[in-house]
Write a protein that binds this ligand. Sequence first.
Ligand code: TYM
Length: 331
Amino acid sequence: METVVSGIRPTGKLHLGNYFGALRNFISMQNEHNCYFFIADYHSLTTHPTPTDLYGNVRQILVEYLAAGLDPDKSTLYIQSDVPEVAELYLFLNMNAYIGELERCTSFKDKIRQQPQNVNAGLLTYPTLMAADILIHRATKVPVGKDQEQHLEMTRQFSNRFNRMYKVNYFPEPQAFNFGNELVKIPGLNGSGKMGKSEGEGNAIYLADEPEAIRKKVMKAVTDSGPTEPNQTKPEAIQNIFQLMKVVSATETLNFFEEQYNTCQIRYGDMKKQLAQDMIVFTEPFREKIKAISADETYISKVARMGKEKAQENANKTIREVREIIGFKKF
Ligand code: TYM
């Protein structure tokens, strides 16, 4: 049995990228492993949300975790800020994290570009906070999408460095995980790059989206005037539509449109109509459950309380041991 940790930042609703990159793995892992799944609310402070937005977004992710099938009796579901031991481990790890390696991190460089007016220290030390999230439970497996690969590499660096520094074999080397073996990157609808909330309006399909919203967004997805030669290589925007179809549609449907593309008969309007329909069917069970769970305040607070207790117990043990290793002893 492995110890598994992963989290999602509360920046709004969950989209299909979150689902296929992370959440789907959470659901399958909870049956076999010792799992800790959290809502990364400390992390979301790097973008300065208002208190109302922060609270609402944390609540929304908790509801969506439950609606997607995470079971609070099987795995520990908690809110990061309910476990301040994480912040203490973050402080310790920061003492051995070097400016150079943090500045070289791709996600930091991306953030500088995205929010040049707010390049705060939290952004720079994002990888150490993420390492603290993982190492606080001494996890060995971390289900994440492709975009988190470098952060996991840095976690291993920090873990090994700590062990070397204090001549212990305390922290493991956590590995990024996807049950399909390869880490995935789900594309968005605007022709290039990954599905994501910050990638522009209409780029992401959310689990909570109403059918009409899904139809509108998919029909607006970027395509081109179609292939002119048989078996032509697909440009990125077209490849993306096929990739989305691959995750939500039946194999025969995908094969049908592949064939149409390869014989230059494809009509993107038809393909998008089918894709939208398959996305609507796929998201339907989530939509209904999100509404039901969201109305059950008592259940939501009970889940949060239970998760806090279980996560704190384990985090507290780690922090006590780490303090001891570092040399903080009782007088
Ligand atoms: P976040 O909140 O951006 O995304 C949550 C998870 O969803 C995955 N994901 C995707 N996967 C495939 N295709 C996409 N288009 C896509 N968009 C998002 C992400 O890879 C991620 O697994 N730093 C993390 C949160 C975090 C964390 C952790 C994760 C904080 N501490 C500790 C694991 C362990 C993040 O910002 O993910």
